[in-house]
Write a protein that binds this ligand. Sequence first.
Ligand code: ADP
Ligand code: MG
Length: 257
Amino acid sequence: MTVERVTTGIAGLDDMLRGGLLRGSATLVEGAPGTGKSTLGMQFIYHGAAEADEPGLILTFETFPRQYYRDADNFGWDFKALEAANKLRVVMTSPEVSRADLQHVNGQIEDMAQQIGARRVLVDSLSHFERLAADPIELRQVVYEFINGLKRMGLTAMLTRENATLLGETPDIEEDLAFVVDGYILLRYVELSSAVRRALLVLKLRGSDHAKDIRQYEITGRGFEVRAKFEGQQGIMSGSPVSTAAEAFVQAFGRKK
Ligand SMILES: Nc1ncnc2c1ncn2[C@@H]1O[C@H](COP(=O)(O)OP(=O)(O)O)[C@@H](O)[C@H]1O
Ligand SMILES: [Mg+2]
């Protein structure tokens, strides 16, 4: 049986995902501030609504919708037009409200999803859920239920999470939210020969094969662009011994169990 793929619209990433995310799955995108989590998420939503006939919902807990329109404009994505065409809704809410909302049928989020026939959702960001539960196990349960609520609506979800680690090691993911999501994408800053680069790793994609290597990516005026894998980039990093550069990447993603 082949699983239906939901393209992100980012060619290099879809390639790493062997075609895209799995229909109805939930994917965590984690990285430090400025790594491009919101950009990646907005592109996923834009591509769906504008190019794949899949309307989308953006749930935000801190950034005003106006800011998304501005940021999207910056990449040439007309969110205003999509909203007017009933292909997009940007909703500012709180974790408390959205959590309660998803606990019963016909909540506001579900209403809105139905109005536009939403197939995709971006939750930006999950970090705000941390105030709902101090205990990590309890937090995981809260997030698990929230994600299941989104899945019941038939949405393919991308959820961002802020990670305080700017450079260097990844915190232990035992007991972590990574267990309640189907996909897990890490974004990192990597310091190479005193220049900061961006690196991406698909750590997990439940039910599918995926690229295991670390790729460089950039954010340009067109959005998120995944470049060749690290091995292919040696020429660019002239002056930096390969072993040192490779170590930097390994260090950036930490040691996985
Ligand atoms: N038009 C653009 N060209 C190049 N880079 C951009 C452009 N617009 C935003 N960026 C970069 O995108 C990053 C912000 O990404 P964002 O998705 O907001 O990150 P996060 O959500 O992870 O905090 C910034 O580092 C900024 O430099
Ligand atoms: Mg953001």
